[in-house]
Design a protein. Structure first.
Length: 480
């Protein structure tokens, strides 16, 4: 038995009572939390490793409910100032098509390093790499997730349908960047479904159950009904979730003027295992259907803002009783993986657009990143809380810093003052994966090599894809 005692910290439990302990102890036995309480009430067993948390904030691991991490090698380049489709077809897809398998490994290692250091212990990794030879890329990605220690749902994305008007429209989108090598993610339905079954057989519940698998159809507009039903049915059969990008832009309408939510509801595809990403352009009727079905939503405030897609009506989701999580989305349209920082963005956007300083409270934002995300990814009984019986996913932040002082209200401190850069120690499944800012799978020399390799590979990918990564200075101010 492995015992860890985290003592003396200020503990945000996120338990049923939302207790905050000024000087608390969290006792870990193997991969589970054994006890949580004030220091004076918890006996530390002989032989336990003691983590001194004095001056630290101790909280549940953060859940990144919607992300695309492999794309980290495409950021800070050709993705600037583009709307969703321009970004997808003139940067994302051409860039991913230029990846090698070793690029997949390095890109995802970089993502996991950044995510774990930011206190993210669980991710739903939507992956669209190597659409025409996916299984080796999937094997590579799952190996990285397993080795680095992060908890993950590997969500395999796919596209098997196009709307009648799409080819001509996409030709016009691609015409903006004639030097970029075009790429498509469209595949045959039978091949996609066969691959998904193989991925489930090989990788679901791997690494001691820490890595799950799910189907992730791209959108309702670009996926056949047969494939959507397959994704739903496999989630039910395997006791997991399925994921779907939905209403990120007004154009996500599979049939005529019918909303994507109404379309899914009409075909009995909305269900309690469905995790919907974005939901920016939904109305009150859509929200009622989502709530009635028990589906969950992950909101991506930064990427939706970067791409100019809009702002999701998160207060309406919460008011309706919909489960809400948060995601950092693509590494090359957020350009960072920091859930704590994105919580502040989410709160500021909602308060500003609604002209209401109480549109989303700090407490609600913390819930979105912990217990909300946990339920959204189908793990509400295992993660998101520091409570006996829950998985030992724990984050320690250094509170002894000017920007975190004073710290009267812990939810307010975490939402409005903190960021992932304040994280010092991270435990996932009882394993200390980050200790004093250093991951356990990478020493200093190996990390320097990883960063150098990522930089070189990013440049080579851009050349192969024909993507320009620099441009003349763009500004309308301070002109001579």
């Amino acid at each position: 038995m492995t015992l860890i005692a985290i003592t003396g910290g200020r503990v945000l439990t996120m338990d049923e009572q939302r207790r905050i302990l000024d000087r608390g102890t969290v006792l870990v036995e193997d991969d589970r939390i054994a006890a949580v309480g004030p220091d004076r009430e918890i006996d530390v067993p002989a032989g336990a490793e003691v983590l001194d948390a004095r001056g630290r904030i101790v909280m549940p691991g953060l859940v990144n409910a919607h992300t695309h991490g492999t794309q980290s090698l495409l950021r800070a380049g050709g993705n600037q100032d583009r709307d969703l489709l321009d970004w997808m077809f003139n940067d994302l897809y051409p860039g991913l098509a230029a990846y090698t398998l070793s690029d997949v490994r390095v890109g995802l290692e970089l993502f996991c390093l950044e995510a774990l250091r930011a206190g993210i212990t669980t991710v739903v990794l939507n992956d669209h790499v190597h659409p025409f030879d996916p299984l080796p890329a999937v094997d590579t990605a799952v190996e990285v997730l397993g080795r680095t220690g992060i908890r993950a749902v590997y969500a395999r994305m796919f596209t098997d349908a196009v709307r009648p008007a799409s080819p001509g429209f996409l030709d016009s989108v691609r015409a903006r960047e004639p030097d970029v090598r075009p790429a498509s993610v469209l595949r045959d339905t039978d091949a996609i479904l066969a691959d998904l079954d193989a991925i489930y057989r090989e990788h679901d519940n791997s690494y001691g159950g820490r890595v799950r698998v799910c189907a992730s159809p791209s959108t309702a507009s670009t996926t056949s009904l047969r494939a959507l039903a397959f994704a739903r049915d496999r989630a039910r059969a395997h006791g997991g979730i399925w994921a779907l990008h939905l209403s990120e832009t007004p154009g996500d309408r599979p049939v005529g003027e019918m909303s994507a939510v109404r379309y899914l509801d009409s075909h009995r595809l909305l269900d309690s295992r469905l995790l919907l990403g974005h939901c920016v352009h939904v109305d009150a009727a859509d929200i009622r259907m989502i709530r009635r079905a028990g589906a969950s939503i992950s909101t991506q405030p930064v990427s939706n803002g970067v791409l100019g897609s809009g702002i999701a009506p998160v207060p309406a989701f919460l008011q309706a009783g919909v489960t809400v999580g948060i995601g950092t989305d693509d590494a090359n349209c957020n350009d960072a993986c920091d859930v704590l920082a994105d919580l502040k963005t989410l709160g500021v956007l909602q308060r500003g657009t609604h002209h209401d300083p109480g549109a989303v409270t700090a407490e609600e934002l913390i819930e979105i990143a912990t217990i909300g995300g946990a339920h959204a990814v189908g793990m509400g009984g295992d993660i998101g809380r520091l409570a006996p019986g829950f998985k030992a996913d724990v984050v320690l932040l250094d509170a002894r810093q000017p920007h975190l002082t004073p710290a009267s209200s812990l939810p307010a401190v975490l939402v409005w003052q903190a960021s992932g850069r304040d994280v010092r120690t991270v435990i996932v499944d009882g394993r200390v994966v980050v200790r004093d800012g250093v991951v356990d799978w990478l020493d200093a020399e190996a990390e320097a090599d990883l960063l150098a390799s990522a930089t070189e590979r990013a440049a080579a990918i851009a050349v192969r894809a024909g993507i320009a990564t620099t441009r003349p200075w763009e500004s309308r101010a301070f002109r001579p």
